[in-house]
Design a protein around this ligand. Sequence first.
Ligand SMILES: [Zn+2]
Length: 243
Amino acid sequence: MSLFRRKKPDAPPPPPPTPMVEEVTAQQYQLKLAFMGRSSDGLRMPADPTVVHALPHIVEPLSSTPVEVLAPLPLEYSDAAPAIERFNEMQQWVLARRDVSPIGRHALYVLELTDTLDMTVDTFACGLLHGETDTSGYPDYQAIVGGLASHFDELSGELIVRAVVGWGGKGQRGDTERIGRRLLSSLYQQVRATGHSLGAAAATRATTGPEHGGSLCAHCGFESGTDAFYCPKCGMRMGGRGA
Ligand SMILES: [Zn+2]
């Protein structure tokens, strides 16, 4: 006992000998995914129902598939997100988007993952702009999807319209970027060519944040993080502040 106590502080046991590092036989599994979303600056347009209804027809000549209009998320699905590891958000997304076509679903997947779209407020008129789909109708990685995203400006109530394109998945092709830019430019020019554009928008995207308590829309129930005069989602006058 006494011998043990005396020895302990000054003689720590030597470390075990390091074993020889031996390379084990192993297999590596790797997946590289790349998604790209591109948005033009916003164009201000009058919040007139005829202008709103004209947006899908602007996309039509550039789309090789029928243009689909994807509405912003209903309130009960406001947390929906296409991220598989966030299971509750994913479940909401599946429920909210179960009737959307494979092309629309691919477009939402790419453009929501990259934050190009904010589907809590954006309305998105979209189609397949370039490339092919597989036999189940889903666009492949080099296909370009896109169209026009719109929301209402919170201060002026004007419609803010953006040209939006996206692509990606398991692979990349050199000329996709160039074709994507060209399509984005065509969409933007087509909006300007309607003659309804009032000019460039100061803010490109709606200023929605996770924080709530700014204004509440009496018409659609949307809660804006800022003191908005107009609902970015439905375009109606906000009524919640102090009322
Ligand atoms: Zn609203």
